[in-house]
Design a protein around this ligand. Structure first.
Ligand SMILES: *[C@@H]1O[C@H](CO)[C@@H](O)[C@H](O)[C@H]1NC(C)=O
Ligand SMILES: *[C@@H]1O[C@H](CO)[C@@H](O)[C@H](O)[C@H]1NC(C)=O
Length: 610
């Protein structure tokens, strides 16, 4: 705090009050709409627009009977950048009444009113009543004492065209849940946003907040580059990367700092609760949980396979995690630079947290999830399914290729067999990973085999034997074996679907007789009655889950029942189907006595041979 001068602090006090009022009014606005927890955009102004003399023609100000300070309103900042923002001037005003001023912020282009209202004494109280998400920490966490000499933290929030509400909410959730003695600074890093509200309005807003700094990038960096930029500007001992949209719970920072204080090579994450994007339902994540990725290099949080007694000391013990999500991540600043930061070759978004996870584990660090620290994040699975732009998808594949080529050694073939788009991109161009390979050498990192055996032994390593892996193609009907869309495993019925050719239908018949399915290979072809379904694989291998492929006839034999998998092929509907008989539909997969009929002929089609 030493670097903030006394004068500056007095000013900042006033300005942060202003900031609080901004937030208060967002909250009040929400309550008045009768919605407890709304992520909706603020609506249109309730008052008619009216011309105000002396304003530029292209700007309008909301007329409000209570607002008698109009002549005093002056633009705070450049109008050129995004034409905005009027605040009542207090210059030359001694009248204390005027100090309790009204102000308005208006975006003329969209006619979206951001904030309005009074700054008063009770702003602080009202602020305290803002909604607080449920506290899901184990009761024992509350009694934890943290040393007073924890390392100082720089929180880095990177954003690109983020909604105002979610950015400001994240910012204030960090500020209101951390002790200033631990939080050295909060860096907002703008990854070349183009939206108006993130320009002058945001600069202005942030300038009112003590300890918050806005850094802008002159080029689009993506999450990895943006976080690196934030890290290079930060001076705290610990870097805490926080995604906009995250909301931090009381006491989330200290448990993370404490883990890092004890071992600077740790990288730690809180437990992330999920908020439904549309219903705002709050889902508490059950402990223990850890972060994993599959052979498609997609990340997910998963319940950790380990039974815990709620009363045991383990309930508040951090667990080692094979990978961590990107939502909130804390890492010692020197270790971060030592281990090579984020890979700047990973562009836009996607894969950066998996790359860091593999690198940290292979190059001398460790990762863990800390149960006494909790944050909330909107659940990405509930995003409305927007068609993602092809360039973005392609960039994601390039990011994954970088990971595979840099870190996965021969195991990368397993990735390419399941991600054929990546395979084809890789065939036409190679990533430039010269520097990353050099780094790998300098740090004397371990190999991926070590990661698979020591850190993630639970991950099934596919065998992908030629002729026994690939899309399972029906010769008679012409489709590939797939899951019913939207139906979750286990016990999901399997059907024939159009062959995707993307590797999403990849099967692997291994030497244990299992037909492993899916990018993590955690599900197996199974049979319930005569239906072919998908179940969780078992160790030791379950009798019901064993199959034999007879290459000569193309039959897939279910060992336990000695029946063959058949694709149902139904002709045109008959005139009078027998009543009360549930007919199998075309494309259903069932078990039948083995015949030489083409509906029982299968072929494992390997799409690519990396
Ligand atoms: C909450 O958890 C339940 C059960 O795990 C799940 O079915 C539901 O989709 C989850 N909701 C959100 C918002 O994640
Ligand atoms: C790869 O990148 C390095 C530095 O990052 C550069 O020196 C080298 O020329 C690049 N190689 C190619 C083939 O572009």
């Amino acid at each position: 705090m030493g670097q903030w001068g006394v004068h500056r602090r007095m000013l900042c006090l006033w300005l942060s009050l202003l900031g609080f009022a901004f937030l208060l009014l967002i909250v009040v606005e929400r309550f008045h709409r009768g919605k407890y927890h709304s992520y909706q955009k603020l609506g249109t102004p309730r008052h008619p627009f009216q011309r105000t003399p002396g304003l530029p023609d292209d700007l309008e100000l909301i007329g409000d009977a209570a607002l008698e300070l109009l002549p005093d309103l002056v633009p705070i900042n450049s109008l050129k950048e995004d034409q905005l923002l009027f605040v009542a001037s207090t210059q030359g005003t001694k009248d204390p009444l005027l100090k309790k001023w009204n102000y308005k912020v208006l975006l003329p282009a969209t006619r979206k009113e951001l904030v309005f209202g009074d700054v008063g004494e009770d702003a602080q109280d009202e602020e305290d009543t803002r909604r607080s998400p449920p506290d899901a920490r184990h009761p024992r966490c509350l009694g934890e004492q943290y040393e007073d000499f924890l390392p100082s933290a720089s929180v880095v929030i990177c954003f690109h065209n983020e909604a105002w509400e979610s950015l400001v909410r994240t910012l204030h959730s960090v500020l209101s849940t951390t002790r200033r003695s631990f939080l050295l600074e909060l860096l907002l890093v703008d990854d070349l946003s183009t939206q108006d509200h993130l320009k002058t309005t945001l600069s202005e807003y942030v300038s009112h907040l003590d300890g918050v700094r806005l850094v802008r990038s002159a080029q689009r960096l993506g999450v990895a580059g943006c976080r690196n930029l934030g890290a290079s500007e930060a001076s705290g001992e610990v870097l805490v990367f926080v995604d906009p949209e995250c909301e931090c719970h009381e006491g989330w920072l200290e448990p993370l700092l404490e883990r890092l204080a004890r071992d600077r090579t740790r990288v730690v994450s809180p437990v992330v609760d999920a908020i439904h994007r549309q219903t705002f339902e709050y889902n508490v994540t059950q402990w223990p949980v850890w972060g994993v990725f599959d052979w498609n290099l997609d990340f997910s949080w998963e319940p950790k396979p380990q039974l815990l007694d709620q009363d045991s000391a383990l309930a508040i013990e951090p667990v080692l995690s094979p990978a961590l999500g990107g939502g909130v991540l804390a890492i010692d600043r020197h270790f971060f630079h030592h281990v090579g930061g984020f890979d700047p070759g990973i562009l836009l978004r996607g894969g950066e947290q998996i790359e860091l996870s593999i690198r940290v584990w292979l190059c001398g660090g460790s990762m863990e999830v800390v149960p006494c620290s909790r944050v909330a994040q909107p659940d990405r699975r509930h995003l409305p399914r927007l068609p993602s732009r092809f360039q973005d998808r392609e960039q994601l594949e390039r990011n994954k290729i970088r990971i595979a080529e840099t870190w996965m050694d021969a195991y990368r073939k397993i990735f390419y067999r399941r991600d054929t788009l990546a395979h084809f991109i890789r065939q036409s161009e190679g990533p430039n990973i010269t520097e990353r390979l050099q780094l790998k050498k300098t740090l004397a990192c371990r190999d991926f085999h070590w990661y698979l055996t020591k850190i993630r032994p639970q991950l099934y390593v596919p065998q992908d034997r030629p002729g026994l892996s690939g899309e399972l193609y029906s010769v008679a009907v012409g489709g590939c074996v797939d899951r019913v869309p939207g139906q979750g495993a286990p016990a999901g019925a399997m059907i024939l679907a159009p062959c995707s050719g993307t590797g999403s239908q990849h099967c692997d018949l291994n030497s244990d007789g299992e037909v492993r399915w899916g990018p993590a290979g955690g599900f197996c072809l199974d049979a319930v009655g005569e239906r072919v379904v998908l179940s969780e694989c078992q160790r030791p291998v379950g009798d019901r889950l064993q199959w034999t492929f007879i290459k000569l006839s193309g039959q897939l034999l279910h060992r336990q029942s000695q029946l063959c998998m058949e694709a149902v092929k139904v002709g045109p509907p008959q005139r009078s189907p027998p009543p009360n008989v549930v007919r199998a539909r075309s494309g259903d997969l069932i078990l039948r006595p083995c015949t030489r009929h083409p509906t029982q002929q299968w072929h494992f089609e390997q799409l690519v041979s990396p």
